[in-house]
Design a protein around this ligand. Structure first.
Ligand code: ATP
Ligand code: MG
Length: 386
């Protein structure tokens, strides 16, 4: 038996005990937002996801993965951690089917290479669990359109479509419906597991507020406390910005590949991308996100990679220049990504192992979500006939 088969066997045994704990556990008291700390996972269910829209980048690593791994390592036996690869969300933008399939495998390998352990946490493909879409439909029937219109992500799409049309009138008729309603699917992703802790980057904060609203509306409408109101766990590196346009965040789907550092980038690529990062011509280094977004972004990256406070890092560079800062950022990023990159390259070829992790994760995920859906159906009057 290989070590990975052993891990898998261990994970199956652990799950049955964990599910019992999950059922018996009283929900934690809720605060709107928490900074990451180890007590955050002493009770509760943690849920988060990432889209299979390309190789993850440094922003995903610092804003999501590193937090997920810390949560995993500090979790008590009373907590349940669930991480999913959210294929249905990827469909909101056009995808090449072959590339999407490839990216889904890449993402699974990436999650394991950064340190998530399938014997400790549930890792699965959201698009393989139909409970999410069933719940999303039910939740969409209690979500006012006005709330979706207030989402900044939707407003940004509208603004982009206005520019594309070169018209003063906003034309939303050509935008796909999924782009409008996916925040409801996100709420369903979380609520299907009755998760109360959601570690995501700052860009997802508004969507999480909507999830809380939807959970609350459901509870009030059906006189239940089925859904806990999920809280946002924020990371110290809330938002890593694009290296080419430091007014927008680093993103997998941005057209310019030079704007992001990938988990798979080798040292020479990291060096050339950081060297070409947009900064400014002001002498000296200061942390001023509004006035000096490019320079501040490099300081944020350095602080994130070295697990240091950004103002302490900024102080060290007060009298130095961008050349020195960039050189140090290159080394820090390489140091951070070297091990996961090596692990990813090894793991990516282990297709049988990846398939077994995915299957076992899906089974565990469904065993939780099916129970939530049965209760939801009962509450809304759609139980199976006896
Ligand atoms: P896409 O462009 O396809 O939306 P993305 O880079 O925004 O890709 P997501 O899959 O949408 O990545 O998000 C996965 C997780 O990574 C989320 O928790 C999100 O908040 C976090 N995240 C994404 N980009 C950044 C960033 N630049 N800085 C910090 N966290 C980020
Ligand atoms: Mg995104």
């Amino acid at each position: 038996m290989t070590s990975r088969t052993l891990l898998k066997a261990a994970s199956i045994t652990r799950t049955s005990t964990r599910l019992k704990a999950h059922e018996a556990r009283p929900w934690c008291p809720v605060r709107a937002e928490r900074r990451y700390n180890s007590s955050a996972t002493q009770c509760g269910t943690v849920f988060s996801g990432i889209q299979p829209t390309g190789i993850p980048h440094l922003g995903n690593y610092l804003g999501a993965f590193s937090n997920w791994v810390k949560l995993q390592n500090d979790a008590s036996s009373q907590s349940q951690l669930i991480f999913s690869i959210v294929g249905w969300h990827a469909l909101t933008l056009p995808q090449n089917p072959k590339e999407l399939l490839h990216s889904r495998h890449d993402m699974l390998a990436a999650l394991i290479s950064v340190g998530l352990d399938p014997s400790k946490v549930i890792i699965f493909h959201q698009d393989q669990n139909p409970d999410h879409v069933e719940l999303a439909w039910i939740l969409s029937c209690i979500t006012p359109i006005g709330k979706l219109r207030r989402m900044t992500t939707w407003k940004a799409r509208l603004a982009a479509s206005r520019n594309a049309n070169a018209e003063s009138e906003v034309d939303e008729s050509m935008l796909n419906t999924g782009l409008f309603t996916y925040p409801i699917l996100q709420a369903a992703d979380i609520l299907a597991y009755r998760a109360n802790l959601v570690p995501v980057g700052e860009d997802q904060q508004q969507h999480l507020e909507l999830s809380r609203d939807i959970a609350d509306t459901f509870n009030r409408t059906y006189h239940t406390d089925l859904f806990p109101l999920p809280q946002h766990i924020i990371t110290p590196s809330k938002r890593i910005l694009s290296l080419k346009d430091p007014t927008s965040k680093m993103s997998k789907s941005a057209v310019d590949v030079q704007s992001r550092i990938l988990l798979t980038d080798e040292y020479p690529q990291i060096r050339s991308k950081i060297r070409a990062a947009v900064t400014d011509s002001i002498a000296g280094i200061t942390y001023d996100p509004a006035g000096r977004p490019g320079t501040s972004n490099l300081l944020t990256i350095l602080a994130g990679c070295t697990d240091t406070n950004v103002s302490d890092v900024a102080k060290r560079y007060e009298t130095k220049g961008h050349g020195q800062l960039k050189a140090d950022v290159v080394e820090a990023v390489e140091e951070l990504l070297k091990a996961p990159r090596t692990e990813f390259n090894k793991l990516r070829g282990e297709t049988k192992y990846l398939a077994s992790v995915s299957e076992s994760g899906l089974g565990k995920a469904r065993s939780i979500s099916q129970r939530t859906l049965a209760e939801v159906r009962r509450l809304i009057g759609l139980s199976r006939m006896p």
